[in-house]
Design a protein around this ligand. Structure first.
Ligand SMILES: Nc1ncnc2c1ncn2[C@@H]1O[C@H](COP(=O)(O)OP(=O)(O)O)[C@@H](O)[C@H]1O
Ligand SMILES: [Mg+2]
Length: 416
């Protein structure tokens, strides 16, 4: 058990233990450990974030204490929003602080996304709308989150989103700018990174959260982040230059309005980047509003007529399916399964089950290679055979043995 996994002493944290029973670990952060806990009186379950204020030498960090007080103040200020985590209780001792939150049973959006690999547009719309509503609210209260990422977005039983981890959040006045580097590299905005290399940079504001929203939306739709590179320095350079693409086949089926919203959030110039309110008014969200309005209409004649219209539209769609979709050929399923969308999803999901993490991190890595039907060694042999065969036609080579189908090796010798 590591130091941060140890439960604080019962005698020092008496008040917390009098009210709650701590249970298993749900997650861990840089200086905290989050456990499920049960409220003794009501038997209701919560999550407790235990922040250990001591370092390796048992010295108490007053800086961490004040950062945690800032987190608590902001959490109290934004409490009550449907998409922001609810702080229920706080306990403080000399060496630790306990933050008791509502329990979000489905855990991190990151883990959920890792399991499903990527989201469809409908699910992306559902998730991004809630996230942007939370951000619009924070920004209207002059608060920047500064650490938006799928690990800090938690899901409840109904997969409703709750923004959490306000450890880096800060209040911002109109016209105020910050220069400090906060957050997680892949989600940092160009202007924040530029502050570190340009001492005359004016600083950054609320817009950094919208950049992170762009990174999150891209990642939800593609299953891979937009700027990832195994060498972090290259990734950071790509971020500063806003250098990303919508590669095929991952983006082939994504609508233009979804891509347009991503582009407008991943705008390098913060003054031209969409605000959370503007993003919510983007056509990508209007689409669903129409559909939802249609669904909740009470039963009446007009509704009936609409149902008829939709039925006709659906019938048309079904009849045009054959021309709009490629037929699934057995031969292509055998030789190149990854090129078929439905199989691609199965392959991606299997890749996660086998490797326990995302296999594909960027466009230049090929997840399909793991599932090719012909082993690479055999492919090499086959290409050698083709090469040798062409030389044989020229009369320069002879074959001693050639049984590739049985896995035999090719021996080619120069003709004597
Ligand atoms: N209310 C909660 N319900 C369920 N899991 C939670 C809850 N709060 C935090 N966690 C888990 O604990 C992890 C760390 O919590 P977080 O507040 O992000 O701490 P840190 O500031 O140290 O990153 C989260 O990523 C999540 O997996
Ligand atoms: Mg966190």
């Amino acid at each position: 058990m590591t130091k941060d996994e140890e439960l604080p002493d019962v005698t020092t944290a008496r008040e917390f233990y009098a009210k709650y029973v701590p249970k298993e670990i749900l997650g861990k952060g840089v200086s905290s450990c989050v456990r499920r806990c049960v409220h003794k009186q009501s038997n209701r379950e919560y999550a407790v974030k235990i922040i250990d204020l001591t370092d390796q030498n048992n010295k108490i960090s007053e800086e961490l204490r004040s950062v945690t007080h800032n987190e608590i103040n902001i959490l109290k200020e934004v409490s009550g929003h449907a998409h922001i985590i609810e702080l229920v209780d706080v306990f403080e001792t000399d060496a630790s602080i306990f933050l008791v939150f509502e329990l979000l049973r489905k855990g991190e959006l990151f883990d959920y996304l890792t399991k499903v690999v990527k989201f469809g547009e409908k699910q992306t719309r559902f998730t991004m709308r809630s996230l942007l509503e939370a951000i619009a609210y924070l920004h209207s209260q002059n608060i920047i989150h500064r650490d938006l990422k799928p690990e800090n977005i938690l899901l409840d039983d109904k997969l409703q989103l709750h923004l959490s981890d306000f450890g880096f959040s800060v209040r911002i006045e109109d016209g105020q700018y910050f220069k400090d580097l906060y957050g997680t590299p892949g989600y940092m905005s160009p202007e924040m990174l530029k502050c570190t290399v340009d001492e005359y940079h004016e600083g950054y504001g609320k817009e950094i959260d919208m950049w992170a929203c762009g990174v999150i939306m891209y990642t939800l739709l593609a299953g891979v982040p937009p700027f990832w590179h195994r060498r972090q320095i290259i990734m950071l350079r790509r971020i500063m230059e806003g250098e990303y693409t919508f590669p095929s086949p991952d983006w082939d089926d994504v609508s233009e309005s979804a891509k347009d919203l991503v582009v407008k959030m991943l705008e390098v110039d913060p003054s031209r980047r969409l605000t959370a309110k503007q993003a919510l008014a983007h056509p990508f969200f209007q689409q669903v509003d129409e559909a939802e309005r249609f669904c909740v209409k009470p039963f009446n004649a007009r509704r009936k007529f609409r149902v008829a219209v939709h039925t006709v539209m659906s019938a048309n769609r079904i009849s045009s399916l054959a021309s709009r979709h490629r037929m699934l050929k057995f031969s292509s399923a055998c030789h190149d399964p990854y090129s078929i969308k439905s199989l691609r999803r199965v392959i991606d999901a299997s890749a996660f089950r086998i490797y326990g993490h995302w296999v594909k991190k960027s466009a230049d890595q090929n997840r399909a290679a793991l599932f090719e039907n012909t082993s690479r060694a055999e492919q090499l042999r086959l290409s050698e055979i083709e090469q040798a065969a062409s030389m044989l036609i020229d009369g320069d080579m002879v074959f001693n043995s050639l049984t590739p189908s049985a896995g035999g090796s090719l021996i080619a010798q120069a003709a004597s």
